[in-house]
Write a protein that binds this ligand. Structure first.
Ligand SMILES: CC(C)(COP(=O)(O)OP(=O)(O)OC[C@H]1O[C@@H](n2cnc3c(N)ncnc32)[C@H](O)[C@@H]1OP(=O)(O)O)[C@@H](O)C(=O)NCCC(=O)NCCS
Length: 177
């Protein structure tokens, strides 16, 4: 595979990002999200979300795409600056195409996003929510120095009350990338 480059997402990336999001949720959350949702409605749900987010960008949101010239978008990260007064900036979504995982693409996306957040955010903290059932994802964040600081219940109706964990880095220095 060609070397991946990272760049900010454009409006015309919406279908490509939605496709990665669907494939990743289907692959990773088969034991978390309802089978009915994963079988069909997920596609319209993710398409509408990304079309709306990228058509009218919010200046606090940073969406990064990793792509190769031959295959197009392979992974993406969405971050929201200063989302929470206590915890800082939120990593809303991070997904690598299932076939391309384990090549440090996720780490590169986090490093790039965190560097931009450190330059622009008022708060130094960075946090995200991960499903407790997503143990591989949780290990990935812990390897990067993230600390589990809270348990809660997913607000996503399709998650049917699944437990989510808040993972927190107090500063860029705490992020081991
Ligand atoms: C978690 C994720 C973003 C990490 O990105 P990545 O590019 O695969 O990660 P890296 O190559 O930088 O690191 C690989 C590490 O991720 C972990 N990992 C998590 N899910 C993995 C998977 N399906 N395949 C391989 N490694 C995975 C491994 O523990 C690996 O650590 P190791 O190299 O010490 O064994 C990516 O695997 C992914 O998209 N997973 C599914 C969606 C998801 O869980 N997103 C986060 C939601 S909060």
């Amino acid at each position: 595979m060609d070397r991946l480059t990272l760049r900010p997402a454009r409006a015309d990336d919406a279908p490509g990002i939605a496709a990665i999001h669907c494939a990743s949720w289907r692959d990773t959350y088969s034991n978390v999200l309802s089978p009915e949702f994963l079988a069909g409605p997920i596609e319209q749900n993710r398409s509408e979300l990304w079309a709306a987010r990228l058509a009218a960008p919010d200046e606090a949101r940073q969406v990064l795409v990793a792509e190769s010239p031959s295959t197009g978008p392979a992974a993406f990260l969405s971050a929201y600056r200063d989302a929470d007064a206590r915890w800082g900036s939120l990593i809303e979504n991070l997904h690598v195409s299932p076939a391309l995982r384990g090549q440090r693409i996720g780490e590169r996306l986090i490093r790039t996003a965190a560097t931009a957040l450190a330059a622009q955010a008022k708060a130094t903290g960075v946090y995200l929510w991960v499903f407790e059932a997503n143990q591989a994802g949780l290990r990935f964040y812990q390897r990067l120095g993230g600390q589990v600081v809270e348990r809660s219940t997913s607000k996503l109706a399709e998650a049917r009350g699944a437990t989510v964990l808040r993972v927190f880095w107090p500063s860029l220095e705490a992020l081991r990338v």
